[in-house]
Design a protein around this ligand. Sequence first.
Ligand SMILES: Nc1ncnc2c1ncn2[C@@H]1O[C@H](COP(=O)(O)OP(=O)(O)O)[C@@H](O)[C@H]1O
Ligand code: SF4
Ligand SMILES: [Mg+2]
Length: 344
Amino acid sequence: MTAAERAATRQQTRIDRLPPMGDTLLDVKNLQKFFPIRGGLMSRVVANVQAVQDVSFSLKRGEVVGLVGESGSGKTTVGRSILRLIEPTGGEVIFNGVDITKLGKGQMRDYRREMQIIFQDPFASLNPRMTVSDIIGEALQIHNLHAGKERVERIAELLRKVGLVPDSMRRYPHEFSGGQRQRIGIARALAVDPSFIVADEPVSALDVSIQAQVVNLIQDLQEELGLTVLFIAHDLAVVEYICDRVIVMYLGRIMEVAPSKDLYTNPKHPYTEALISAAPIPDPTVKTKRIILEGDIPSPIAPPSGCVFRTRCRYAIPECANVVPELRMVGPDHFKACIRDDIL
Ligand SMILES: Nc1ncnc2c1ncn2[C@@H]1O[C@H](COP(=O)(O)OP(=O)(O)O)[C@@H](O)[C@H]1O
Ligand code: SF4
Ligand SMILES: [Mg+2]
């Protein structure tokens, strides 16, 4: 059975909750998120951090899609806006056929259960004063799931699933290593049996030596549970390994979308080309030319006109300053936002 088939089967058993609507689980349309900057005596909005601008993509049930880009490109803001942990400024987030940005608090409840997040920093994201049992049990309590003895059993089961002993439930976060804490974070995300997970750089804060174990755990759980996952990362190697497709972001906008293999072997956008060439090469005998991305990512308060990447693009021509390139198809399932076809 493929991951998508498992997801479909699993959805059928959850018909009492949200009956599945079509193959697409998540459809993000023209998502926008601005953070206002206030100043002056009247505390008026003097400028906006344009963190996410016109981002559209969709995820099929059971699909694992990577979201990559340098720090500050808007990945976390996309992930949090989708879950409405922060409120989007504009656009639609259609989850299982319903635009959840329009839902009130009460209506949002069922959807919150379906959509969970694994945070980047397992040190900051677990309350140090709560036991593991309380941390994992919190969401079960909010959603009135598995009361009493059943809840203890559910927590034990979740701990086993993420490779920890059930006895861990009586302990506190500081008693665990970084990798173990992230396992607790994963158990917390899975507690309410969601269908969709945002994994926001789940291994970036961990020692390199244990990153692979945690990535493997997420992959195993994804397959076993038929989860749909948005996997945010800046490490391209991790994404290539675990994801079906990859979305590349820069300065709040999507630059390229392609199946993983295709993206690595045949990048079509200059930004993706530069990202890939900057990544460490596991095989030292392979010689590739390194493209150095000059300068820092520009300020999202005043992004460059036209193509936002143009100030660092080695292929830029004057026309690039005039129009915002549309994301257009350049191959099977492969899209790029760049006006030039005579490169790459
Ligand atoms: N709460 C906030 N207030 C103001 N600016 C923010 C806030 N959160 C994020 N930003 C800004 O939005 C941009 C995108 O941030 P983020 O989504 O965290 O990027 P990434 O996850 O790709 O590193 C950055 O310039 C960041 O400084
Ligand atoms: S549109 Fe122009 S500046 Fe932007 S990526 Fe393409 S060539 Fe570079
Ligand atoms: Mg981030």
